[in-house]
Design a protein around this ligand. Structure first.
Ligand code: GTP
Ligand code: MG
Length: 361
């Protein structure tokens, strides 16, 4: 029986078969697939600027506007007029553009396929874009969500344990995106009434808003619910801190699956993709998979002075000059929370690992 093999995405697939043996064809096919993927990666290996640039949407303004719920490799789910969920493909000219939850788009109902009802023709200029540092030089950024009014950084105290460094990282990313941040301390029912959460002391001495809540006892839920109407919120936090449970409780319906805690640290989140959920009036919440780390790579160090206001310019300019183990230096700096020097040093060093492609940072 003749075995068939696929020639992949090559535009020149028809060149094969007429010449050479099947084996030759196969290796050529592989080579071409590699070339094609290299060409594609040249388009899509976004340098910092092209990754954030969007084609001009002006000529598509006559088309209806939607908002992205979730991006898949082949199509995009979005809310159309009257918040109707629709599935669409991306027009060819948007190839290589990174679309994220919360993006506003113009869609055309005249272009359908058997699986999709519309084609997305343009992305409206973003009001803001929440992103974190990328994992390698090919991906300077990992985009999280666009057009947010607030970021809620969720952190539990005990299970999983509170990591102040995650809060500092979220502060950096929110500042960089120009989005206000609220720190939401989840699972307060697990704490003794006497537990004052000393880990939060440094934050309390700043203007950072902190809201304590529990999806079990109901503490803090009314306050959070009152923030929802017309508000576009991004939910961030480690896996298992109770983001999706909180979302379900706030909306009194199961909109996002929740899971057991045992998998914390394994990298297996319950929420596996970033997804936008409509809330009250024009509001929405973007639920995200728990992050193990929020990288600040490539983000400007200038934000550090706002997150660490207790340090002088001399320390902020070069924190590594100061030995955090040296009692004399610590007493000279007169720090109420000496451990903050190490936090500052960690972020400062990571920010320096600037992506060679990142411009204007
Ligand atoms: N005690 C207590 N447990 C909670 C609370 N909220 C959530 N949990 C539990 O915490 C576990 C994780 O909850 P999820 O809502 O799935 O956590 P998540 O942050 O969405 O996790 P990922 O989707 O993996 O990022 C579940 O077993 C919940 O029942 C709470 O307020 N109190
Ligand atoms: Mg979840």
């Amino acid at each position: 029986m003749n075995k068939k093999f696929k020639l992949g995405q090559s535009n020149h697939a028809g060149d094969f078969g007429e010449t050479g043996s099947r084996r030759e064809g196969r290796s050529q096919s592989k080579r071409r697939q590699l070339q094609t993927s290299q060409q594609r990666s040249q388009i899509e290996s976004h340098d910092s600027k092209s990754m954030l640039d969007l084609p001009d949407a002006a000529e598509w303004q006559h088309l209806p506007k939607g908002i992205v719920i979730q991006r898949y490799s082949q199509w995009v789910d979005f809310l159309g007029i009257d918040l109707k969920p629709l599935r669409g493909t991306l027009s060819g000219k948007l190839r290589g553009v990174s679309l994220v939850c919360g993006d506003q788009i113009h869609y055309d109902l005249a272009v359908k396929t058997s699986e999709t009802l519309a084609q997305i023709q343009a992305i409206v200029t973003r009001r803001n874009l929440l992103k974190r540092g990328g994992i390698d030089d090919r991906n300077p950024w990992q985009l999280i969500a666009a057009n947010l009014d607030e970021v809620w950084l969720c952190a539990s105290v005990l299970r999983p344990a509170l990591k102040p460094s995650l809060i500092e990282r979220a502060q950096v990313l929110a500042l960089d995106a120009g989005i206000p941040l609220i720190v939401v301390i989840t699972k307060s029912d697990e704490l003794k009434p006497s537990d004052k959460i000393p880990e939060l002391e440094p934050l309390r001495s700043t203007s950072q808003t902190i809201i304590k809540c529990s999806s079990r006892s109901g503490e803090g839920l009314d306050e959070l619910r009152s923030l929802l109407p017309n508000k576009r919120v991004g939910l961030l936090g480690h896996s298992g801190v109770g983001k999706s449970t909180l979302l379900n409780c706030l909306l009194n319906r199961d909109v996002s699956p929740t899971g057991a805690l045992s998998k914390f640290g394994t990298g297996k989140q319950t929420t596996t993709s970033t997804r936008l959920i409509p809330t009250i009036e024009q509001g929405f919440i973007v639920d995200t998979p728990g992050f193990r780390n929020l990288s600040v790579r490539g983000i400007s160090r200038l934000w550090l002075s706002e997150i660490f206001p207790e340090f002088s310019g001399a320390v902020l300019n070069d924190p590594l000059r100061f030995d955090p183990e040296d009692e004399e230096i610590l007493s000279e700096l007169d720090l109420e929370f000496p451990e903050r020097l190490q936090s500052l040093q960690r972020l400062w060093s990571e920010m320096a690992e600037k992506n060679p492609n990142a411009r204007g940072q």
